[in-house]
Ligand binder design. Structure first.
Ligand SMILES: [Zn+2]
Length: 388
């Protein structure tokens, strides 16, 4: 890995907390006699990223020093950038029961996946975390609501994962950081640009991906597929849109499609940094940040997720952000453009709101081809029909 020319993982090396073979068997055996803690869906997603090195350099759920440092300064105690707390909350009773012990972490069905050494248990200030991380204390914000619903004590310490979840979605696209890195190395890619999305892919996204491809070796299209409440379009449909787009409009060996198993926090700017750091671990040297990245409602300014990168030492962050404007097809330019490149007015631009797109699709009508590729539109229309 050292000579592949790819960007180094965050902190220098991939910290994969998964053990395999005989060590995994031994740990699984040991877990049977330990106190058990069932993880919720966000914690399961975090566990997978700890297992596969996507959260490098973390070696477990955060300790108090890590938590405080991240909440207050967006850096780990050793000065490495890290913007989102990765925490595990338990009740006071459980915290007392687990103190100083090893515990087994289980999935929803009671199957043990990991063993954690509970090094610390500590109380925390939820409104303070909300204000710093989400920039609001309103519980209407889904990230804040999830935080307020957590238990009152956090436990931190190193963990080892001996089994992966049994129900992963898109297993064939669920590449670990070591696997995406191997795929890039095999293709001779060194400059790789990560693209994050949780929406169906339209021509504006395609344009941005291809603009980034012009100055790099290849894009990692890395949609987030964990199902979230606000999603009107299921992850299966979004993935199908990607597949037909790649088949028809991308050179086969110039793009890699994989999925990121992370849970959304909707922390806007802070989450943009978090998303960039994860992509660095997956081997990306560059990361696309659009308008209102990872935002929700009107909690963040349109460009906040781009501006926040200015608060970090570029060397320490390592991955280079690429900032993009809202893009559209312009009839007079006769091509895709943005306000940076097109001097024309709204009348010349083919731009649709989410509501307008939904209207087209619900009537079974393809949106203008300047807006959506027909192959993508057909997938979305079929999905719309399957609903009723
Ligand atoms: Zn124009």
């Amino acid at each position: 890995m050292a000579n592949d020319g790819l960007i180094a993982p965050h902190g220098g090396k991939l910290n994969q907390r998964e053990v395999t073979g005989a060590a995994a068997k031994a740990l699984e055996e040991k877990a049977r006699s330990l106190p058990q803690l069932a993880l919720n869906s966000r914690e399961m997603a975090d566990l997978e990223l700890l297992a596969n090195g996507g959260f490098s350099p973390l070696d477990g759920f955060m300790t108090q020093a890590q938590y405080r440092s991240v909440v207050d300064s967006m850096h780990l105690p050793d000065g490495l950038p890290w913007s989102i707390p990765v925490t595990l909350s338990v009740s006071k009773e459980d915290a007392n029961r687990f103190a100083g012990k090893e515990i087994a972490m289980t999935d929803g069905e009671g199957r043990a996946l990991a063993v954690m050494t509970v090094a610390e248990e500590f109380e925390y200030d939820k409104p303070h975390e909300a204000e710093n991380v989400y920039r609001t204390t309103e519980d209407k914000h889904p990230g804040v609501a999830a935080l307020y619903a957590q238990d009152d004590v956090l436990i931190g310490g190193p963990l080892q994962v001996f089994a992966r979840r049994t129900d992963p979605t898109f297993p064939e696209y669920r590449l670990d950081p070591a696997q995406t890195r191997a795929a890039f190395a095999e293709r001779g890619w060194k400059r790789v640009v990560g693209f994050q999305t949780r929406n169906p892919v339209h021509r504006a996204h395609e344009y941005i991906q291809k603009a980034a491809l012009e100055i790099t070796d290849g894009p990692l299209l890395h949609p987030l597929v964990a199902q979230t409440k606000g999603d009107s379009i299921p992850a299966e449909v979004r993935m199908e849109c990607y597949k037909v787009l790649l088949e028809n409009y991308y050179p086969k060996d110039r793009v890699l499609l994989s999925v990121l198993p992370a849970a959304m926090r909707y922390a806007g700017p802070r989450e943009a940094i978090f998303h960039a750091i994860m992509r660095k671990n997956y081997g990306c040297s560059h990361f696309i940040v659009g308008r209102d990245h990872a935002g929700v409602g009107n909690y963040y300014g349109t460009y906040d997720a781009q501006l926040i990168f200015g608060e970090f030492d570029a060397q320490k962050l390592g991955i280079t952000p690429l900032f993009f404007e809202h893009t559209f097809y312009c009839k007079r330019c006769e091509g895709m453009a943005s306000s940076k490149t097109c001097p024309h007015g709204a009348d010349d631009r083919v731009s649709l709101s989410g509501t307008q797109v939904r209207e087209f699709l619900s009537k079974g009508v393809e949106p203008p081809h300047e807006f959506s590729r027909p192959e993508v539109a057909r997938v979305l229309i079929a999905a719309e029909r399957a609903k009723v």
